[in-house]
Design a protein around this ligand. Sequence first.
Ligand SMILES: C[S@@+](CC[C@H](N)C(=O)[O-])C[C@H]1O[C@@H](n2cnc3c(N)ncnc32)[C@H](O)[C@@H]1O
Length: 286
Amino acid sequence: MTRGALLKKIAKETMGDDFAARIWKRVEFIGDIALIRTPLDMDPFDLRPLAEELIKRIPYVKSVWAAIPGVKGEYRIREHVWLAGEERSVTIYKEHGCSFKVDITRAYISPSLNYEHIRVARLVSQNETIVNMFAGVGLFSIIIAKHAKPFRVYSIDINPHAYQLMVENIKLNKVENTVIPLLGDAKEIVEKHLLNTADRVLMPYPELALSYLIYALRSLKSGRGWIHVYLHVFTERGEHWRNKARLILEGKLRELNISNYEIRMIRKIRNVGPRTHQVVLDVYIG
Ligand SMILES: C[S@@+](CC[C@H](N)C(=O)[O-])C[C@H]1O[C@@H](n2cnc3c(N)ncnc32)[C@H](O)[C@@H]1O
């Protein structure tokens, strides 16, 4: 039985058909932690019977937490409530042959970027210098270092907990020679240390991608290279997310007086709300 089918079965047997239909897609597995994204109209503690069944019936699940809707603050962390099993928020999460120590309550982590991490890694050429402006606990940076042959990956995050975990993850995956962790505001770090440096810049934080685009441009070596811009795109009825994303980025580039660019790829990662799409654009400048 697939994990999805098992989840559906457990949810149905514990809390009935209607509930199962709503909940089974809301369970994420991060290492040995199961995380239930609580529906807006539900009290997270009502999820306890399901959490206890998950502990009893799925042997690799050791701890179950509820995430309260809405990612908060500049560190992009959701609020969490512990429901069952070990009261532990730290685990080892694996992706693409790399291991990451994560703490679901202190630093951003989302399995929904799984494919995106390897997609970008496959685009990297030998000896590239990369700036990852919003690195979290280091997933893009470390997966790139392991799967491609970059010269350096400068890996920035402003959250001290994410930075500390990133430092540990760099050692855990033995990429100390390639990935350089940096704690602080990406804007300040670029201005102080990374001007005219990068062949490729990653901006995986939709809330700041447009206002920090100028710093991504400044960090490109000789003003040429790739920028991966992540956006949240809201579409009105009749609008397509792809066109809207393109228009938003083109508008911003025009405002910054940049005309020598080509948007080579636009991809939707997921829905993040009603008619709101998380989209990535790969743009080549130069
Ligand atoms: C969506 S998460 C990044 C996810 C990560 N790249 C991954 O693949 O798992 C955004 C990150 O940006 C960080 N952040 C927010 N504002 C920042 C800033 N001004 N400078 C650097 N990092 C920032 C947050 O702490 C958070 O870890």
